[in-house]
Design a protein around this ligand. Structure first.
Ligand SMILES: *Cc1c(COP(=O)(O)O)cnc(C)c1O
Length: 225
C-alpha cells in the first residue's frame, strides 16, 4: 500500500505543475519532474514509482549509492543534484544518468575518464558567496568550453538554486541572461533545471525544463543523521 499522505501530496504537486504550465502557455510535456528523495528511505522511492514517478534526485553520494543498490529492480532515471566532490564524481556517474551540479574543472576532468556518457547540467552559484555550490557566473564561459571538449558529458543546460534573500523571479531572470551566453557556444544546451518546493511555479514561468521537488511531495525530511 502506497502511503496515502504521499499519494495526496504527489497528486497536488502534479496539479500545481499542470496549472502553472497552463498559465505559462507551456505544454506539461516540456517539464520533467525530478522528485528529490534525499534523507528518505528506499521504501519511499518504491512508493513514488508505484505512483508513476520516473525521475528521482539525490544529493549525497553515500546515501544515494546505498539506496540505488536497493532499487536496481525499478525503472528509474537517477539525477544527482547535490554538491559534487571531484573524488566522488566517477562513482556518482555509475548510478546517476544525469548530474545537475557540475561546477568546476576538476569534476569535469574526472567525468572525462568515464567509459560511458552522462547528461550534465552546469550549476550556477547565484549567491555571490564563493563557498556555496555552483560556478561563479564569471567563470561559466570557461567551464562551458571545457565541457564541450569532453565527449563523455552531454551538456543539457544550466541548473541553479534561487538564493533565500532574492525573489525567485529575479534569480531565474539572471539565469536566463547567462543562458544566452551559453547558447551562443552550445546551441543544444537549452535545458533549465530550476525550481524546488518553494518556487517551482515561478520556475515554470521562467522556462524551467526540470523541476527538483522534494518536501512538497515527500513531506518533511527526517533530520540529517
Ligand atoms: C534538497 C534539494 C532540492 C529539493 O528541495 P525542496 O525544497 O525540498 O523541494 C532541490 N535541489 C537541490 C539541489 C536540493 O539539494
Amino acid at each position: 500500500m502506497v502511503d496515502q499522505g504521499l499519494a495526496a501530496r504527489y497528486q497536488e504537486v502534479q496539479e500545481r505543475i499542470a496549472q502553472a504550465c497552463t498559465t505559462a502557455g507551456r505544454g506539461r510535456d516540456e517539464v520533467t519532474l525530478v522528485v528529490v528523495t534525499k534523507f528518505h528511505p528506499a521504501a519511499l522511492v518504491r512508493d513514488l514509482v508505484a505512483l508513476g514517478v520516473e525521475h528521482v534526485g539525490e544529493s549525497r553520494h553515500q546515501e544515494a549509492v546505498a539506496k540505488h543498490a536497493e532499487l536496481t529492480d525499478v525503472p528509474l532515471t537517477w539525477h544527482f543534484v547535490g554538491q559534487l566532490q571531484s573524488n566522488k564524481a566517477r562513482a556518482v556517474a555509475d548510478y546517476c544518468q544525469v548530474i545537475h551540479s557540475i561546477d568546476r574543472e576538476s569534476v569535469v576532468q574526472k567525468l572525462a575518464t568515464l567509459d560511458h556518457r552522462i547528461d550534465g547540467f552546469l550549476e550556477i552559484n547565484l549567491t555571490g558567496d564563493p563557498g556555496r555550490g555552483g560556478v561563479e557566473p564569471e567563470h561559466l564561459g570557461a567551464l562551458v568550453d571545457t565541457v564541450l571538449e569532453t565527449p563523455t558529458i552531454s551538456l543539457q543546460g544550466l541548473m541553479a538554486v534561487a538564493p533565500q534573500h532574492e525573489a525567485p523571479e529575479a534569480a531565474f531572470e539572471r539565469v536566463l541572461g547567462m543562458r544566452q551566453d551559453v547558447l551562443a557556444r552550445a546551441p543544444e544546451a537549452t535545458d533549465l533545471s530550476l525550481g524546488m518546493t518553494g518556487d517551482f511555479e515561478e520556475a515554470i514561468h521562467a522556462g524551467a525544463t526540470h523541476l527538483r521537488i522534494g518536501s512538497a511531495i515527500t513531506g518533511n525530511r527526517p533530520v540529517a543523521p
